[in-house]
Write a protein that binds this ligand. Structure first.
Ligand SMILES: [Ca+2]
Ligand SMILES: [Ca+2]
Length: 179
């Protein structure tokens, strides 16, 4: 009996660790139970969000410090992934000027914001700048830019194979990688 219990326990441990390496589709990168897609092509912000939705994801939101910072080194995780390039992510104030929202519907936490100095500035003539991007050349800091500009983009979804289904549903109603 003890032997078989060990076998079952061993199998469960194996299954959990095995599953944790299987959680993102090919071409997506895993970080802390989420999957990220870094595009090589460029799109307007809305086109990029449409693409992410078609992949059962959304333009990336930043929901905890771990998505910005690798604790050991305080290196921004995003910064380590994007070199000096600029990528659209999910932040936008398209509905109401200077009211920032994430494309996936999650809460915008002011204390996690990481705007570049002087940003957001809603620069230029109407409609100004309503879409958010991360600046690889500036430590992954954020800027707002005209939504029609074509940029590379980052999609994200929670990976429900790596966590309990209930927990996954609690994490976000809109991050649908798990249905
Ligand atoms: Ca704006
Ligand atoms: Ca700006």
């Amino acid at each position: 009996l003890i032997g078989s219990q060990r076998l079952i326990a061993g199998f469960l441990i194996f299954s959990v660790s095995y599953a944790s390496h299987l959680i993102c589709h090919e071409g997506w990168r895993e970080n802390e139970n989420k999957c990220y897609f870094f595009s090589t092509d460029t799109k307007s912000w809305l086109e990029a969000q449409s693409f992410c939705l078609s992949q059962r994801s959304n333009l990336m939101s930043i929901q905890d410090i771990h998505e910005r910072v690798r604790l050991q080194t305080h290196t921004l995780w995003i910064r380590t992934q994007i070199d000096a390039e600029i990528y659209w992510f999910g932040l936008n104030d398209r509905i109401a000027e200077n009211v920032w929202e994430w494309a996936d519907g999650d809460t915008y936490n002011e204390h996690l914001s990481f705007w570049a100095p002087g940003q957001p500035d809603n620069w230029g003539a109407e409609p100004g700048e309503d879409c958010g991007q991360v600046l690889g050349g500036s430590y992954g800091q954020w800027n707002d830019e005209n939504c029609n500009v074509k940029r590379k983009y980052i999609c994200k979804h929670v990976n429900c194979k790596s966590t309990s289904y209930t927990h996954c549903l609690l994490m976000s109603h809109a991050q649908v990688g798990c249905s």
